[in-house]
Write a protein that binds this ligand. Structure first.
Ligand SMILES: NC(=O)c1ccc[n+]([C@@H]2O[C@H](COP(=O)([O-])OP(=O)(O)OC[C@H]3O[C@@H](n4cnc5c(N)ncnc54)[C@H](OP(=O)(O)O)[C@@H]3O)[C@@H](O)[C@H]2O)c1
Length: 325
């Protein structure tokens, strides 16, 4: 038996139950991993609350991102052996001391990336990569708007977009977050709880507006995010930290300047192993070069997962949070 955090019924952070679970020997194509750290992600709160349906019903172990050491290998696995340092992004199952992972979902960690860093950024960094390089290709001289710029995905997006030569505007919920975002590649910050962010974007860009808006906030920033885009600009809605956007009227795209809109999800972008490997190679390269740094704002013991969720949903975190089994 190993320590894990499970959900038996949907609800608030209080439904996160710290308990022992059995972990089987790895089946064909699987590896068993002793986890050194688990990433905390907003998506974990959607599964906990039932906003996203659990593909395996109840109960389930929460958590979508982790890193650790391979301790057993199932039949047919040739790419990994015991002792390998690995990380992975999966829908569920990461808040645990040990777990099984499908080998084709794991990647080997370069020596320069520690387990905690890996757990903090593998999923968030994969997201940043495909958002900036594949969903919409940010190029030198473009102007980009990132909401929640000091968050886990946000800090990675800001640094990476800056590295690509973009003019980076970030919205943040507090002054200390503005400072942090500026220290991580944001050229301009907007306190969107106090300021009209559309008016500020117009002012900052001299009316030219943005080539792309990356919006993981959702309900609270929609449809205003569309007003930050130049004609034929791209609206990338990639999350729902404030709630899901309802009743999206496609005619808005025509009215606001022949805009494009997309709602990407990580699992589509890494469904093929070749894509997973290409994206993580790109991610490890920008981290290895020092262009993108990992900020672990908070570390919690695994049994404090509920507090980690309260802090994340309460907008109290910066950068990435991790759980340490
Ligand atoms: N599409 C994908 O595949 C994918 C993959 C990974 C993550 N995501 C999404 O990316 C977003 C960021 O994820 P993350 O894990 O890195 O979280 P995070 O950005 O560290 O935390 C969420 C942030 O959203 C902001 N926020 C605005 N309104 C909020 C509200 N009503 N309640 C709570 N937070 C609010 C807060 O920042 P301020 O205080 O600065 O406003 C908060 O810190 C999430 O929407 C997540 O679902 C999507």
């Amino acid at each position: 038996m190993v320590a894990a955090v499970r959900v038996h019924r949907f609800g608030g952070p209080e439904v996160l139950t710290y308990e022992d679970v059995a972990v089987a020997a790895p089946g064909p194509g699987e590896i068993r991993v002793r986890q050194h750290a688990c990433g905390v992600n907003f998506i974990d709160t959607y599964f906990r609350a039932g906003t996203y349906p659990s593909p395996i019903g109840l109960p389930f172990v929460v958590g979508s991102e982790g890193g650790g050491e391979v301790i057993a290998v199932g039949a047919g696995v040739s790419e990994f052996q015991c002792g390998d340092r690995v990380a992975y992004v999966t829908g569920l199952g990461c808040y645990a001391a040990e777990r099984l992972v499908a080998a084709d979902r794991a990647v080997k960690l370069p020596a320069t990336i520690g387990f905690e860093e890996a757990a903090a950024i593998l999923g968030k960094g994969i997201t940043a990569e495909f958002l900036l390089r594949r969903t919409f290709r940010v190029e030198k001289g473009m102007t980009v708007l990132m909401h929640a710029a000091a968050g886990g995905v946000g800090l990675l997006l800001c640094q990476w977009a800056n590295h690509l030569g973009a003019n980076v505007i970030g919205t943040v919920g507090a002054k200390d977050k503005a400072e942090l975002a500026r220290a991580n590649g944001c050229h301009h910050t907007i306190l969107y709880r106090d300021e009209d962010f559309v008016a500020r974007v117009k002012q900052i860009t001299g009316g030219k507006l943005c080539d792309v808006v990356y919006d993981g906030v959702g309900k609270a920033t929609f449809p205003a995010s569309l007003d930050c885009l130049r004609p034929r600009g791209m609206f990338v809605s990639f999350g729902n930290a404030s709630g899901q956007i309802q009743d999206f009227n496609i005619n808005l795209l025509q009215q606001k300047g022949s805009l494009f809109a997309t709602r990407p999800a990580t699992f589509t972008y890494i469904a093929k192993r070749a894509d997973l490997l290409a994206i993580t190679e790109d991610l490890f390269a920008v981290i290895g070069s020092g262009a993108v740094k990992v900020t672990i704002g908070r570390r919690y013991a695994l049994h404090d997962a509920a507090q980690a969720h309260r802090d994340l949903e309460g907008r109290a975190t910066i950068g990435s949070s991790i759980l340490v089994p």
